[in-house]
Design a protein around this ligand. Structure first.
Ligand code: GDP
Ligand code: MN
Length: 385
């Protein structure tokens, strides 16, 4: 009992010293130390992505050129559209693919449907494309592997039902680029504005910059083209099946590029936007966690550098912001005026759309790591679009 009282006494003295109630001024030590660590972490959190971004934006000006192809030597192409309950939008999607300027006798469109109960498969068949039906839902990666095994094209293009391609020459451009590179993905334009727009601009610049530097480890399911044989199959245990596949292409010594010349549009969910973002972040976190385990095997030094930075940005950097903020709050609670001023500055920065987008993304990435411990979302709930 006496020991307990002694302990409480000591604790309250320590808190008092920390709160600055000690007249000789030494009491500011703890809040100052907390704030110093917070500032150091915040500086790391900002400077690594900022310098990477500045470097990649400079690179992103390069021209990624394909090769000319004679009209009679176009390769055969299979476009695979995976679907689960896309009745509302599948017609728009198929028409968008069929309007592409590409020799029709060299083009196969496969819809792979995993037991939709809203009539998606019937609508697709009615539009004259081949439909592969899976009875149950085992995830998108599983469906893509099934379609891959039944496809015949020399070039494969995966494209999600909720996307369209800007312009009519996306396939021609991809086929020409595939003469030089292993795989090609688009840059993305969001249909609606809000937080998605600044996020997309940042993302597109990074993807193209990485492609100019060597190869991007993030691919988009809205347009993912590759030469048959460059991947063994799509991952079924990791959500980012497209990014995993782009990584496999690069690991085998072929560059995988995102090009500004192919632009995709993707519908953003009407409801459940944050849940949608978390699920996608979860998939990227799964991807980069695996990349990190494989990083020793990467032979190309440029690709290795990209993977090191991207893994760091997805897995570790978000926590630096969260820890920095927590320490700043702790320091503010201990009456540190500088900490309080910095906290106010942080909240003011939220008025800028770019800063808000960045900060929200960091929280979503951290949250998604926690969520991955409970569910990997390999089969996910369909969001209304
Ligand atoms: P997001 O782009 O990651 O947000 O995911 P979406 O919900 O847009 O799904 C991407 C594409 O995969 C869409 O065309 C979906 O219809 C399709 N999809 C999702 N889950 C499954 C599945 O279990 N089986 C099949 N065949 N397709 C799926
Ligand atoms: Mn989508």
């Amino acid at each position: 009992m006496i020991e307990f009282k002694f302990f409480v006494n000591r604790l309250s003295k320590t808190i008092n010293i920390a709160r600055g109630s000690n007249k000789n001024g030494r009491g500011m030590l703890i809040p100052v130390v907390l704030l110093t660590i917070a500032i150091a972490l915040a500086l790391i959190h900002i400077s690594v992505p900022a310098s990477y971004y500045a470097y990649m934006v400079k690179k992103a000006g390069c021209e990624l050129e394909g090769s000319c192809i004679d009209d009679d030597s176009y390769p055969t192409v299979t476009v695979i559209i995976p679907t689960y309950n896309e009745a509302k939008i599948i017609e728009r999607k198929i028409r968008d693919v069929l309007r592409q300027d590409y020799p029709k006798d060299k083009m196969e469109v496969l819809v792979v449907d995993s037991g939709s109960d809203d009539g998606t498969a019937g609508i697709a068949e009615g539009l004259g494309v081949e439909v592969l039906r899976q009875e149950g839902r085992k995830g998108k990666g599983n469906a893509l592997n099934y379609a891959l095994s039944r496809s015949s094209g020399e070039v494969i293009i995966i494209s999600d039902a909720d996307s369209t391609w800007v312009g009519g020459d996306a396939i021609k451009k991809a086929v020409s680029l595939l003469k030089e590179y292993g795989g090609v993905t688009c840059i993305k334009e969001a249909y609606n504005k809000g937080i998605e727009k600044p996020y997309r601009d940042l993302y597109n610049n990074l993807r193209v910059g990485e492609s100019c530097f060597y190869s991007t480890p993030i691919a988009h399911g809205e347009f993912f083209a590759f030469k048959r044989g460059l991947i063994e199959g799509f991952s079924e245990d990791i959500g980012a099946d497209d990014s995993r596949a782009s990584h496999e292409i690069a690991m085998r010594g072929n560059r995988f590029i995102a090009t500004k010349s192919i632009v995709c549009k993707e519908l953003v969910p009407e409801k459940g936007y944050l849940h949608w973002r978390i699920r996608r972040a979860q998939h990227l976190v799964q991807h980069f966690s695996k990349v990190l385990r494989e990083i020793k095997e990467v032979r190309d030094p440029r690709y290795k550098r990209i993977l090191q930075v991207e893994s760091y940005l997805h897995l570790f950097n978000p926590w630096f912001l969260i820890v920095a903020l927590s320490l700043d709050v702790a320091s503010s609670c201990l009456n540190n005026i500088t900490a309080i001023a910095l906290l106010a500055l942080f909240f003011i920065s939220l008025l800028s759309a770019k800063a808000r987008t960045w900060i929200i993304t960091q929280f979503l990435l951290a949250l998604s790591q926690v969520r991955n411990a409970f569910t990997k979302e390999i089969v996910w709930k369909k969001e209304a679009k």
